[in-house]
Design a protein around this ligand. Sequence first.
Ligand code: ADP
Ligand code: MG
Length: 484
Amino acid sequence: MSDWKPIIGLEIHAELLTKSKMFSDCPVVDSVTAAPNSAVDPVSLGLPGTLPVINMQAVEYAMMVGLALNCEIPPVNQFARKSYFYPDLPKGYQISQYDRPLCINGWVDIELSNGETKRIRIRRAHLEEDTGKLTHMNDDSLVDYNRAGVPLLEIVTEPDIHSAEEAEIYARKLRSILQYLGVNSGDMSKGVLRLEANVSVMHKDDTGFRTRTEVKNLNSIRSLYRSIDYEIARQIKAWENGDGVRQATMGWDENRQRTVVQRYKESADEYRYFPEPDLPILEISREWVEQVRGKLPELPDAKRERFMTEMGLSHYDANIITIEQAVAHYYEDALATGGQAKTTANLLIGNLFGLCNRDGLEREDIPTRISAENLARLAKLVDAGTINKNTAATLVVEMWDTGGDPERIVQEKGMAQVSDTAEVSAAVDEALAAAGDLVARYAAGEDKLFGPIMGKVMGALKGRGNPQVVKELLAQKLEALRNQ
Ligand code: ADP
Ligand code: MG
């Protein structure tokens, strides 16, 4: 394995959240809830005699993405016809961009799990129109043209990605940027964001790239990760046993968890691109570019840095909170209602993320379980010393499962922390009496038994003891025993 280095380039197709389609005023509708073929017009059906008109909102959204990805926006760009036939492409060609794309030469930084930052270069991002959707039945195929003509941005990286994990982190980062910009919902289950991975492997003695395969239509980040991982292992094995790798377009078989060849490519695709004769060249003034740049919202990297400087969060904590916009908003809402920054972050990362995993929920679903306000109230109970950290962990599960508010649960379940000296003192005596052997050994010099004895006291207080008070009183009493 160590002789081989994976080489990966990703292509991401993102639908843009415009009201109307890329080349007409036909409305864009939700692909899951809208009735099939309820949002079609002569342009999106490609009827003869119709003419496309460029949707300037789509151009502006695409520019926002390009600028957020540190791309250049060339002054002149142009649409081109990409000819191919498919039943979901009624014109027989797709209007795309070819040699004059809207955005070129950008980059995005990703945060690796070892704490390092890595730069992934963006080769280009260009505008095109989406195709319709085919559904294959037993004997028939159904076609829905609602999606035909929806603005689509294709974002292409250089082959700078070297593992499935890096690909996953890049895809999450890109989705995050699109969501922060408000140009795409990021909802992969609805197909508004689709991934394609180009994968090859390089031997340590190679001087150039080897043949790559292209895994298309990945509709979840999990399948992106799995398919890349699978493809890397398959290719290394194929090179090592002498079979070699053939250039191919592949799909991901979810059931069998493996890539499958869809077609072999003997040579480059021949789409017969030529400049779209029905559209003018699109000139982008420098003023427009600067105007759009000025309107960009705070992006994940900037938010992360702000959370670090303003709230004193660690790089790791700030990153994991800001990478999903919904989580960042939730956290900010909790602080706005009085949660202390660090305590709130600890509860969010240390407890709520774990409960998401337990229940198979997305992190953006957290507010449906515990409101931002209740999280802030919980943080306040911790900071005020009303409950200790152990209790907080129990309480948060109770809040998550029942939707109850923290003070009420604390009261009903008697979870409040015990700081009263008399009550703690009684518990200490009780525990010391019950743990006679441990106590005798401690008195004889075994210092390390302090912890276990303290555990007994906490047990006697049902885990609700104020650790400071317990520790102090216990130390006093044990000291007295030693000096007897
Ligand atoms: P095409 O135009 O035929 O789609 P490109 O050369 O433009 O091919 O590359 C498409 C994608 O494939 C890009 O994301 C690029 O980074 C990636 N890529 C190119 N060569 C390789 C390779 N040898 N291994 C992995 N990915 C590659
Ligand atoms: Mg391609």
